[in-house]
Design a protein around this ligand. Structure first.
Ligand SMILES: NC(=O)c1ccc[n+]([C@@H]2O[C@H](COP(=O)([O-])OP(=O)(O)OC[C@H]3O[C@@H](n4cnc5c(N)ncnc54)[C@H](O)[C@@H]3O)[C@@H](O)[C@H]2O)c1
Length: 259
């Protein structure tokens, strides 16, 4: 039972919590005893995610927040503290390529701003707002989201995305060093290609030859289930990872193997 309810008494904030990976992370935290704050930019998506979690009996609140807005992020974190306690756990999933083009000539300054603002600054604002509450609670765990596209040159995503997801690695390590003495662990997850709804459509539209190329680069020779990134995120958030901080956990079926 203890291994099943390993987050009992803790509050988890999940940004991008209404997204493809985020919803599954929220559900897994709730199933393992955590109170959950679902944070996302779309009212409709937050309401749907919260309704689904509540139907499964979760203690959950939804927050419609643009993570680029530092003041709104700080207000959200204070509301989480008042309504749910903590927060003790933070997973920053809000972000992505955000519909920006992949090829260099097509990228506008607005595209660059959007991807850097959400993926990098949004992550920074969230950790900055969460750390004081975690320190007051005696410690906590933060999982940030990099990507295989920030770990090696990926043909799937563009330059702003690669830049932002590499920056998340630097942010994660620097933060881990600063807040470790306060009992807060900070690690990054770097997923390979997980075919959430949006990406499944993109993959399905690719020619068979290109699809084969993508698959051939994965030693495990298959695409993962969403659970296969959710479980590593929960591991890094759990006491089972109590002596792990400042790492990047690559979850990619062997497509990228760091030395
Ligand atoms: N799915 C993959 O293959 C994959 C691979 C590597 C990294 N990632 C990363 O994992 C994270 C989640 O990916 P996903 O596949 O679940 O994508 P997704 O698009 O389904 O989810 C992202 C969520 O972030 C939210 N969001 C976007 N901008 C926001 C903002 N300004 N403020 C608050 N919320 C905002 C979106 O509304 C969405 O719900 C992203 O950071 C992505 O870059 C995903």
């Amino acid at each position: 039972m203890s291994s099943v309810l390993r987050f009992m008494g803790r509050t988890a904030v999940v940004t991008g919590g209404a997204g493809g990976i985020g919803q599954e992370v929220c559900a897994a935290f709730a199933a393992q005893g955590a109170a959950v704050a679902v944070v996302d930019i779309s009212r409709e998506a937050v309401d749907a995610a919260v309704a689904s979690l509540k139907a499964d009996g979760a203690q959950v609140r939804g927050f419609v927040v643009d993570v680029r807005d530092a003041a709104a992020v700080a207000a959200m974190m204070a509301s989480v503290h008042d309504e749910l306690g903590g927060p003790h756990l933070l997973v920053t999933l809000a972000g992505g390529s955000l519909g920006t083009p992949r090829d260099l000539p097509d990228i506008t300054p607005e595209d660059v701003d959007l991807v850097i603002d959400v993926n990098v600054k949004g992550t920074l604002y969230c950790v900055q707002a969460a750390v004081p509450f975690m320190a007051d609670a005696g410690g906590g765990a933060i999982v940030t989201t990099s990507s295989i596209g920030g770990r090696q040159p990926s043909p799937v995503t563009g330059l702003p995305y690669a830049t932002s997801k590499a920056a998340v690695v630097g942010l994660t390590k620097r933060l881990a060093r600063e807040v470790g003495p306060r009992g807060i662990r900070v690690n990054a997850i770097a997923p390979g290609l997980f075919l959430t709804g949006r990406l499944q459509g993109m993959y399905d539209a690719m020619p068979e030859r290109e699809r084969r190329e993508v698959l051939d680069a994965i030693p495990l020779d298959r695409f993962p289930a969403i659970r296969e990134v959710v479980d590593p995120i929960l591991f890094l958030s759990s006491d089972e990872a109590s002596y792990i901080t400042g790492i990047v956990l690559d979850v990619n079926g062997g497509r990228f193997m760091p030395s």
